[in-house]
Design a binder for this molecule. Sequence first.
Ligand code: ZN
Length: 298
Amino acid sequence: MPELPEVEVTRRGLLSDLPGRLVTAVRCGRLRLRAPLPAALLRSHIAGQRITTIDRRAKYLLFRMESGAVLVAHLGMTGKFGVMTADAPAHKHDHLVLMLDNGLEVRYNDSRRFGSIVVWPAGRAMELEREFSAREGIEPFSPQFNGRALQRLAAGRTAPVKALIMNSRLVSGIGNIYANEMLFAARIDPEMPAGALTLRQWNRLVRAGVDILARAIEAGGSTVADFLSASGHPGYFQLQHHVYGRDGQPCRRCGQNVTKTVLAGRSTYSCRRCQPPGPAGAADPALLAPASRRKKET
Ligand SMILES: [Zn+2]
């Protein structure tokens, strides 16, 4: 499933071609995505408009039009955007095509159809964007993503820190892979109750998170050329994972085997030696989870 870095890589890929281009026409497939495609709104508010820029909020891409209208796209599980020439062969799962004034087309391909395409008409776009943005969590690359802010968000919460950073209403765009990797890099036990982390631990987690996400975007940047190729199927990068998917293999830092547990329904990978439960200096030892809460996956 695309996480924040994949969405940001997509945005950067699209930014090299789309700003300034006129959408001459829109073609919608017959199948519905998570919801039916808003064909009428696409024709009346996106067709005939010039694209000014593409922004990202959480895991959504916002294609901004000169009129103020916005096409909002979420990639779901398997969604991909590609830019290609109009004569490139169509793919089976192309659901939306924006034809451009320079002979290129933007195609949205999504085999599992969990993605979504929404249009905010010019007159209501600002209001709809405010409501949308208020529902999403802190952006990891914004100044609001800092140790103190996260500690405030977590105050009194007994939910595991991993669940908190993956809660998209609190923090944007961090899925299971990056949550596991961030916690390892910050040497924090994923099961530690969020409210028990010290400011020092939150600061470490913020630094590790920004660093890992930035490196993933950079690594993905190298595939932007493929992404824009006529195939329309980006070559996804894979960052070298330290713990994710590595259960039973030696920790890259200390050599002890990486352990897999299930936490809030998600596979959780950690090194018990590098990420000891309840590290010294926790704000409130009473909040620390007993080791017996760990559930070994069978
Ligand atoms: Zn280790």
